[in-house]
Design a protein around this ligand. Structure first.
Ligand SMILES: [Fe+2]
Ligand SMILES: [Fe+2]
Length: 192
């Protein structure tokens, strides 16, 4: 069971984890907010660039969360909440495909921009929800935190973007409804 420590000491694995975890969420947050602005301005070129940036940031981040962080938190939250976090990843991956497709659309109408903005907004809460997990990481045993840190290093070394990781490495089956949505999004994406 988790050790109950009120505050991680400086340089402890939990303190280091908290620092890089927050820095990564800040980068993802800023890129998503910039994407929101790009879609609002109907700037497809900027949206496409930002989608590439976001895919690069989220690939390794989602990967170590799913391979090490989320499983380590089951003992605290229970399986149901962890399933919710994984579902949010499913949704974010599908949203990325849908946004890539939308960013290719010509002409890019006001209705497309509104839809894109809605999709970007739908993934934003996961960024802040996920950031909040670090308060729980503080009570995990140091060895477990160290394993999360190592999983992060491996994911960053592989450096697969979100699409490559989600389609080639990620083993989690999408729920049936999402599976259909994902296939449709992938099909649309390859039609572009
Ligand atoms: Fe996260
Ligand atoms: Fe996450």
């Amino acid at each position: 069971m988790a050790q109950h420590k009120p505050k991680p000491t400086e340089n402890s694995p939990a303190a280091r984890f908290g620092e890089f975890f927050r820095a990564e969420h800040r980068e993802i947050r800023d890129a998503l907010l910039a994407l929101l602005a790009a879609f609002e301005a109907r700037n497809r070129r900027r949206a496409k660039t930002l989608l590439g940036t976001i895919g690069g940031l989220c690939g390794p981040h989602f990967r170590y969360e799913e391979e090490a962080l989320y499983p380590a938190l089951v003992e605290i939250f229970g399986k149901l909440y962890i399933e919710h976090l994984l579902l949010e990843h499913d949704r974010a991956i599908i949203s990325a495909f849908r946004l890539m497709k939308l960013a290719e659309k010509k002409p890019f109408e006001a209705a497309d921009a509104r839809l894109a903005v809605r999709i970007v907004r739908s993934v934003l809460p996961h960024v802040s929800d996920c950031e909040g997990l670090s308060i729980m990481v503080e009570v995990l045993p140091e060895t477990v935190v160290q394993e999360i840190v190592e999983a992060r290093e491996r994911a960053r070394k592989d450096d697969l973007d979100l699409v490559d990781w989600a389609t080639e490495v990620r083993k989690r089956p999408f729920l049936l409804t999402y599976q259909r949505e994902l296939r449709a999004a992938l099909r649309q994406h390859s039609d572009v």
